[in-house]
Structure formats: structure tokens, C-alpha cells
Design a protein around this ligand. Structure first.
Ligand code: GLU
Length: 469
């Protein structure tokens, strides 16, 4: 038996490269990162690349970038790797040979068709261990199978407690395919051993592999890692998140202007709670509080609306300079940043994502506002619109351009709206539609201040002229 796990714990994240980074994978990585950081352990990145066909550098960069965005930095001393599973192929084969030599594994020459036929004839579901005693050696068309022992396998899981599996329902599973390639369960277990992994925390979908992996580890005389299987992420219909149905790529959220801190915080609430009602809290605190005992068993709903609410909170919490810095790459290059900075603090509280910013203030950066026809029709067809615009134009033309600020334009609108018996919201509507083209947007009077007296009056007059026709 190898030495028990008395050294600093070693966690790992073992993604299979798929071309994009799944939000569920991101959560698994963060759970492991929190655990490793909290106990002064290691976070090992292993890329399980044995099935993938694209260029290795591309995946490695994509995965490292996505992790770095989440705050899991390859430069941090907690981080180790990346290791590539394909680099260990020989070790996987050597261990398979060892299992064969020790009698824990045997070769089987039955084809899938033969197995299906025999299983059907015997009324069983799968492979019935038929080559166990055939005494076959390696050869073309032969797979290597693990000889599943009688009895039960008890998996001790940090989330689920003791989970007992009846070995009778686990068929003698394949370790090496007939083409000589090692199967996931073998490669995964060998790599975890070689990398000194003490704690395997991963998605629940791997729980069914775990008794097989534990049997392998035990047959090899290695130390069994501590297991932890975290609940799957599901969509609104309670179906497992799927890349065809749901938006699952972390990169997509990053590109839409979700802040990394908000995404990280939100992901950490999926299936875990610190036992209080607090959901929004900084990573430094999460890292101190996170443990597998607080992870629950039920599937966790990945709710994009709730993620948006988290993101809005995080955007609001930025100071203005941090906000303008963060939003910058979502603004068209040609926009005048000084002008944007005049309105920034007024739109910051209203955003769900950073990518919305440009569409909210575009009227400040174009010669003509883009008119939303339904807003125009609704607001400008009221019986007061023309009269009110006349009064506003007259009042605003009388304001000294140097004093054309939010407080003054607001006070003047409030004054001229009185004879119309309107509330401020109603009175603002024609002014807003005339100047911005829409009924919703950033605070009106601050927007007018940024546009300035000349441009505001020009737009008001143009709108008023269109009303006559
Ligand atoms: N490569 C496996 C996956 O991406 C993970 C295996 C594991 O964590 O043990 O699902």
C-alpha cells in the first residue's frame, strides 16, 4: 500500500478539451481551487486530451485563459500543470499490463455483436465475464477487461456520504480497447496516482465511474483518493445543461460583458451555500467558507437571469473609474471617451451586462438619434406632445448655453409642464423621444447636459417639425 494522504492535499481539474469552456467545468474548477487554496494544497490542471483531434496548444491556451479569467492563475503557487493525459499513454499501458500479469485483468476476444447476441440469449443486459477463464493473451481484436471482484464497493464521498455499489451489477469493464488505446477509467486513475492526487472533486455524472475506479486503485495497491461528486447544473426545465439547447460556454458570457467576479460568485452559489442567506460575497470570503459539507445533492439551476442580477450588483459596486475601464472595450472605437465619461455614472446603475452600454447611449454619439417608430407613434400622437415641445423649445432657447445643465433643464420642464397638468414622467416622454429616439434610456436631463444646448434644441425642433406634417 502506498503512503496514506498525510501530505498537503492535491486537488485537480481534469477537463476534456471540447473547443469551449463549459460553465459546469468552470464551477468544478472553482470548487477545487477554493478547496486547494483554503488548505494550502495544490490545484493540478490535467488536460484529458486523449480523444480530441485539434491542436494541443490551442486547447491549452483556451483553458488557461478561461481559468485565468476566473482568477485561477497559472502563475499562482497553488497552481500546477498543465499536464497532458496523452503524454502518459505509456504509463497507462504499463499499468494495464501489470493488472493483466497480476490476474486482475484478462483478455477477451468477443466482438460487440457476439456479446450482444449472447447477452440476448441469456436474458442479461451486458457482458457476462465469458472470457474470464479463457486464458487468452494479448492479440489483434482483443480487449483487456478488469475482473470485477464479488462483493460491494463503498465509495466514501465528501458530498454524498457512503455510497454502496453492488459489484454484481458492474460488468467486467474494458481497460484497453482492441486498438490498444487505454479507456477513460484506466487513464484517469493512473494519472491521478502519478500526480499524487489526494482529492477527486468532480461532476456527479462521474459517480457511476467511481466504483470501477476505486476497484482499480485497490487492485493496484494505491491509496484511494477522497471523493466528492457535486450536483449537475440544469436549465429551467430541470434538464442537464446541454450545448445544443443552452448557453453553456463561459467565453460567451465573458464576451457579453459579464464580470469575472460576478460569474465566479454566481457559480459558487450553484449547489453550495455557506449555511447563511448571503449569496453575494467576495472571493476571499468564499475561499475561507467553502467546504464539501455545504454542497447539496439536488441539481443546481443555472439561471441566466439570476446571473444577470449578480452582474448588475457587481457593475454597480465598481467605482466610476473601474467601470469606465471595464466597459471600454464594448464601446465603438471612434466614440469620444471624454463625452462617454460624462454619462458613465448615470448608466452604470442600469446595466445588466457591459455589452448593453453602447446601445443605451448611442444617441450621444450620432448626428441623428435612431427613431424607434413604436415609441415615436405612442408618445408623439398624444394631444399634448406638440404644445409641450413648443413650450420646452422656447424655455430651453432662453437658457444661457453655459448654464444648460441637468438641474436647469429639469426645472424649466417642470415649469412649462404645469398648464398641461402632466406628471414629470409623462412630460419627459416627448422630449426624450425627440432627443434620444426612444422612450427608455439614461436619465434625461443628464443626457441633455451632455448633448448641450445647441444639439438639444436642434433635435427638439426637428421632432417638432415632423409633428406638423
Ligand atoms: N475529463 C473528465 C471530464 O471532463 C473529467 C474526469 C474527472 O474529473 O475525473 O468529464
Amino acid at each position: 500500500m502506498d503512503t496514506p494522504h498525510d501530505e498537503a492535499p492535491r486537488f485537480r481539474f481534469a477537463p476534456s478539451p471540447t473547443g469551449f469552456f463549459h460553465v459546469g467545468g468552470a464551477r468544478t474548477a472553482l470548487f477545487n481551487w477554493a478547496l486547494a487554496r483554503r488548505c494550502g494544497g495544490r490545484f493540478v490542471l490535467r488536460i484529458e486530451d486523449t480523444d480530441a483531434e485539434r491542436n494541443r496548444d490551442e486547447w491549452i491556451d483556451g483553458i488557461i485563459d478561461a481559468l485565468a479569467w476566473l482568477g485561477i492563475s497559472a502563475d499562482d503557487p497553488t497552481f500546477e500543470g498543465p499536464y497532458m493525459q496523452s503524454d502518459n499513454r505509456q504509463a497507462h499501458i504499463d499499468v494495464a499490463t501489470r493488472l493483466f500479469e497480476s490476474g486482475h485483468a484478462y483478455y477477451c476476444d468477443l466482438t460487440p455483436d457476439q456479446i450482444a447476441e449472447r447477452a440476448a440469449a441469456e436474458g442479461g443486459a451486458g457482458y457476462g465475464g465469458w472470457s474470464r477463464d479463457a486464458g487468452l493473451g494479448p492479440g489483434p481484436g482483443r480487449v483487456l477487461r478488469f475482473r470485477v471482484p464479488d462483493g460491494t464497493t463503498v465509495v466514501s464521498d465528501g458530498v454524498r456520504g457512503e455510497v454502496e455499489f453492488d459489484n454484481a451489477v458492474i460488468e467486467d469493464f474494458v481497460l484497453v480497447r482492441s486498438d490498444g488505446s487505454p479507456v477513460f477509467n484506466l487513464a484517469n486513475v493512473v494519472d491521478d496516482h502519478l500526480m499524487g492526487i489526494t482529492d477527486v472533486v468532480r461532476a456527479e455524472e462521474h459517480l457511476s465511474n467511481t466504483p470501477k475506479q476505486q476497484m482499480l486503485v485497490t487492485a493496484l495497491g494505491w491509496a484511494v483518493p477522497r471523493w466528492g461528486h457535486v450536483p449537475v447544473l440544469v436549465n429551467e426545465q430541470r434538464k442537464k445543461l446541454s450545448k445544443r439547447r443552452d448557453r453553456v460556454a463561459l467565453e460567451q458570457y465573458r464576451d457579453e460583458g459579464y464580470l469575472a467576479d460576478a460569474m465566479v460568485n454566481y457559480l459558487m452559489t450553484l449547489g453550495w451555500s455557506a449555511g447563511d442567506d448571503v449569496e453575494i460575497r467576495p472571493w476571499a470570503e468564499i475561499e475561507q467558507l467553502f467546504d464539501l459539507g455545504g454542497v447539496n445533492l439536488s441539481p443546481a439551476f443555472f439561471d441566466v437571469r439570476k446571473l444577470g442580477a449578480f452582474n448588475g450588483e457587481y457593475i454597480r459596486a465598481l467605482d466610476t473609474a473601474a467601470f469606465t475601464g471595464a466597459v471600454d472595450s464594448w464601446l465603438p472605437e471612434q466614440w469620444d471617451r471624454t463625452r462617454f465619461s460624462l454619462i458613465a455614472e448615470h448608466i452604470q446603475p442600469r446595466l445588466t451586462t457591459l455589452s448593453e452600454a453602447a446601445g443605451v447611449v448611442d444617441f450621444l454619439f450620432s448626428d441623428e438619434p435612431v427613431r424607434d417608430t413604436s415609441s415615436w407613434d405612442k408618445v408623439m400622437s398624444t394631444d399634448y406632445a406638440a404644445g409641450l415641445l413648443d413650450a420646452v423649445i422656447e424655455a430651453y432657447a432662453a437658457i444661457d448655453p453655459d448654464g444648460f445643465d441637468a438641474a436647469t433643464t429639469k426645472a424649466e420642464l417642470e415649469r412649462v409642464m404645469e398648464p398641461f397638468s402632466l406628471k414629470l414622467g409623462k412630460a419627459q416622454a416627448p422630449v426624450r423621444v425627440a432627443v434620444t429616439g426612444r422612450t427608455v434610456g439614461p436619465p434625461l436631463f443628464e443626457s441633455l447636459e451632455v448633448l448641450g444646448s445647441d444639439e438639444t434644441l436642434r433635435r427638439l425642433r426637428a421632432a417638432r417639425a415632423d409633428l406638423v406634417s
